[in-house]
Ligand binder design. Sequence first.
Ligand SMILES: C[S@@+](CC[C@H](N)C(=O)[O-])C[C@H]1O[C@@H](n2cnc3c(N)ncnc32)[C@H](O)[C@@H]1O
Length: 245
Amino acid sequence: MSIVDPLPGLRGEARANHVAAMFARVSGKYDLLNTVMTGGMHHRWRRQAALLGTRDLAGVALDVATGTGDLAIALARRPGICQVVGLDFVPEMLHLARRKVLRRSPSKAIGFLQGDAMALPFPDDAFTCATCCFGLRNMEDVPKALAEMARVVERGGRVVIIEIVPAESKGLLLWLLDVYFRRVVPVLGRVLAGEREAYTYLPRSVDAFPLAGELVHLMEKAGLRNVTYRNAGMGMVAIHVGEKA
Ligand SMILES: C[S@@+](CC[C@H](N)C(=O)[O-])C[C@H]1O[C@@H](n2cnc3c(N)ncnc32)[C@H](O)[C@@H]1O
């Protein structure tokens, strides 16, 4: 596993506050940057994750680190899901998520709650699935965050993680994508969101994140079984799914 530290010198509460402040600053332009950076592909990845997380299941879904709520809305569109809770620790993100839900008026209830993924404010076995899209990479204690998601999911329920993962092979296309990610994305962040730090931190946080295969083991250690993953975004993104044993 990589030893790169994306936020050197920052630990515990100071680190969490720093990450929260960064996401609060970019919240207004977050959706635009996602669309520009991924060429709009991120919506497809979320739909895929919502399908994988809920297929043949019924009940309430949780989206951890929900940001502006796109995955929460995708979950609400799934047939077996009667209600969705989206949790994030940044009020500015939650405000945008609530506004988005009002605009799109989905037929099912979606509630947003401020909270910390490291200590989810829910009892054990409360949800049929728990998802996290582009959130886990920002958390200091990944095993703890996975354990919390596994705890609040009922037996037979699923945990789904969408994350940008370190590239494992080196073709020309991946090399070009890597250059885009490291050189162009920070410039886009500065120009479109007026924020250089968050989009310089982004590639560094990917370097510090486990490889897709390592994440499988971490999910298993968190109490999940049948953990599988599929790649998306030409190998830069992985969608992991595990079932609560
Ligand atoms: C890159 S955004 C992803 C947002 C959304 N899931 C999406 O699909 O676009 C990361 C989100 O994780 C949230 N976050 C990071 N650490 C968190 C924590 N410990 N507890 C709750 N939310 C957290 C941030 O506030 C931010 O909204």
